[in-house]
Design a protein around this ligand. Structure first.
Ligand SMILES: Nc1ncnc2c1ncn2[C@@H]1O[C@H](COP(=O)(O)OP(=O)(O)OP(=O)(O)O)[C@@H](O)[C@H]1O
Length: 624
């Protein structure tokens, strides 16, 4: 016996044990889905064989009729799912059925709470696949052989799902995989062929390969699913439930999709798109490399789920299928990178998704709000990434605003424009690290007083979003923390009449003293016309980056220009009055620093030397 053929007992990777435990306990109430998962894997295995056989016909070993079989053995209390797909080598078995290789798995597991209902839906997003067999089985045996390897390369894997599994080589003439579930006590219902047929029809009718079961009469097998590629069927013949069931298969998601679009494009290039928007963000949404949402088929033959060019990164949450009539079947990765037809499909896919979202935003605002909560921050990347669709994506964006309350991002740029004051010529926004910091920022004071709305931007991507969107529908976007704000130009009926609180003049002498006291910290000191209650704030010029953007870049460790902001002071503020009267230079300097530091704090910044600030504050508090 060779070493490779030896029986080997292997511990599950710690993550697998955790996932197993979770699957068994939190998915029990929906246990029948194990069959869907196994059939889904079998179907993927057939897809992969068909793809690999495009380059090497011999892999079929004379058997080109790909199918999935479900058998029961009442005496032995086993349920078996068999496919003649790609199969696995010993190495692949060890890799696939003993570890979880997905990046971010540990982080995902850390998020679990122990609350079963919540965890069940989280694990659904994660996708459990094969391990769901242990919901109903107390022992699972897998017999498999990779297509193209000799019969002596068969592999037997077995586990009770507790802490370890065994692998050994076996003789296996048939290629493909057989999964045998030894059903737990009390799970006898899964030995009932009628029950199994019903489950297959409910969850797996759309599987493109035939799923066969022993005929009721006992002679031979019959196909129990429809066994045609769902996306190739006419739209009006497909029910909502069928679309949903198919989504679960392509997206590996337990949840229903939020929306979908299905279209067949005829013309110079012919192709079919079936694109879904999930209901919830997957756990690895922030991994921009994670781009395996779309499966590419050529004339119903699965090619790859790694065609990055099919979708831009900002639509990486989209799931579904693209089936081209025109691409060559033996298309390689490299060709996919270059083929112009893929670019055409990509543009069509973008357009369909944006159409879908626009329709949703208009007709089903609540659904759109749900979409935005989950994926808004990703979609906003589109303004940066996709110049051709910039305005459309900007129109889909939603923001928190000074005119709304709470965390929700509900205000569109169009809604903002509609509410603009007579005479107001710009769309005003403020970026900050958090919504709370934005809401209490001194920069908002004059806008509040005038009743002019300001969009409050606190997502990380927002700084880049506004940097790439200088204007929208002819209206300039302006950061309220940059440049000079002229209250008279803000609009509003009162603009002309009302006296601004902070129009008091800042004498050159005082400005000079402040500049000297804050040497190296600020570039200039000037009177502010944007403050009402606060004594001071920090601004930068338009065209420069904002103070908050500079801070964010620093946090991210990105190169950022050294910021020397301008200190704007509210010349009418009592604290400034005190500065004016302060004759002691030492004390003046302390007060000036305090003014600067509180301006920095008020907009959510962190001080370079918080200890010095506290000591300074206490000294001044104790002074009589
Ligand atoms: N019937 C099968 N034939 C060949 N390989 C299989 C089969 N079933 C599982 N595998 C292999 O085992 C791997 C792990 O399967 P599993 O179902 O746990 O996860 P998955 O299908 O990759 O993703 P998900 O967890 O989202 O379902 C698969 O990616 C595949 O490589």
């Amino acid at each position: 016996m060779t070493v490779a053929a030896q029986r080997q007992t292997v511990d599950f990777q710690a993550e697998v044990r955790q996932v197993l435990d979770l699957v068994i306990h939190s998915l029990y109430s929906n246990k029948e889905i194990f069959l869907r998962e196994l059939v889904s894997n079998a179907s993927d295995a057939c897809d992969r064989l068909r793809f690999e056989a495009l380059g090497d016909e011999a892999l079929y070993e004379g058997d080109t009729e790909l199918a999935i079989r479900i058998d029961v053995d009442r005496k032995a209390r086993t349920l078996t799912v068999t496919d003649n797909g790609i199969g696995m080598s010993r190495e692949e078995v060890l890799e696939n059925l003993g570890t979880i290789a997905r990046s971010g798995t540990r982080r995902f597991l850390e998020r679990l709470s122990g609350d079963q209902a919540r965890d069940a839906s989280l694990i659904g997003q994660f996708g459990v696949g094969f391990y769901s067999a242990f919901i109903v089985a107390d022992k699972v045996t897998v017999l498999t052989r990779r297509a193209g390897l000799g019969p002596e390369h068969g592999v037997r894997w077995e586990s009770d799902g507790e802490g370890s599994f065994t692998v050994e080589n076996i003789e296996r003439p048939e290629r493909g995989t057989q999964v045998i579930l030894h059903l737990r006590k009390g799970e006898g219902e899964f030995l009932d062929p009628e029950r199994l047929r019903a489950i297959v029809r409910k969850y797996s009718d759309h599987i493109a390969f035939p799923i066969r079961m022993q005929a009721a009469g006992g002679d031979g097998y019959e196909t129990v699913n429809r066994a045609s590629a769902l996306w190739r069927r006419p739209r009006k013949e497909i029910s909502e439930d069928e679309y949903k069931a198919f989504y679960r298969h392509v997206a590996h998601d337990f949840d229903e999709p939020l929306a979908w679009v299905h279209s067949r494009v005829e013309g110079r290039h012919q192709y079919t798109l079936l694109l879904y928007v999930p209901r919830r963000a997957p756990f690895d949404l922030w991994d921009r490399q994670q781009r395996r949402g779309l499966k590419l088929y050529v004339r119903r033959v699965y090619i790859t789920d790694e065609a990055e060019r099919l979708l831009p990164a900002y639509l990486r949450f989209v799931r579904g299928v693209v089936d081209s009539d025109d691409l060559p079947l033996n298309v390689s990765r490299e060709m996919l990178q270059e083929d112009r037809r893929l670019g055409v499909i990509r543009n069509a896919a973008i357009k369909r998704v944006l159409d879908l979202l626009e329709r949703m935003a208009e007709k089903e605002p609540e659904k759109y709000a749900q979409f935005w909560r989950e994926f808004g921050a990703v979609l906003k990347e589109g303004v940066i990434e996709d110049a051709a669709n910039r305005e459309r994506i900007a129109a889909l964006a939603r923001f928190a605003s000074s005119a709304t309350e709470g965390e929700a991002q509900t205000v569109s740029l169009d809604a903002y424009i509609e509410r603009m004051r007579p005479g107001q010529d710009a769309i005003y926004y403020l970026t900050a690290e958090s919504l709370a910091a934005a809401r209490s920022s001194p920069h908002l004071e004059i806008f509040r007083r005038r009743g002019v709305e300001v969009l409050l931007l606190a997502d990380r991507v927002d700084e880049w979003f506004v940097a790439h969107l200088p204007e929208y529908k002819g209206k300039r976007l302006r950061n309220v923390a940059q440049g000079e704000i002229d209250p008279a130009a803000l609009g509003g009926e009162e603009a002309a009449r009302e006296e601004t609180a902070s129009t008091g003049a800042l004498e050159e002498a005082l400005a000079k003293r402040l500049r000297e006291a804050l040497e190296g910290r600020v570039r200039a000191v000037r009177a502010s016309r944007r403050l009402v209650e606060s004594p001071a704030c920090l601004v930068t010029d338009e065209g420069e980056i904002s103070v908050s953007f500079g801070r964010l870049l620093k946090q991210l460790g990105r190169p950022a220009p050294e910021l020397r902001p301008i200190l704007e002071v509210n010349a009418a503020h009592p604290l400034v009055e005190r500065l004016r009267e302060e004759e002691d230079e030492g004390r003046f300097r302390e007060l000036a620093l305090l003014l600067y530091e509180q301006a920095w704090l008020a907009e959510g910044g962190q001080l370079e030397d918080p200890g010095a600030f506290v000591r300074r504050l206490n000294r001044l508090l104790l002074e009589r």
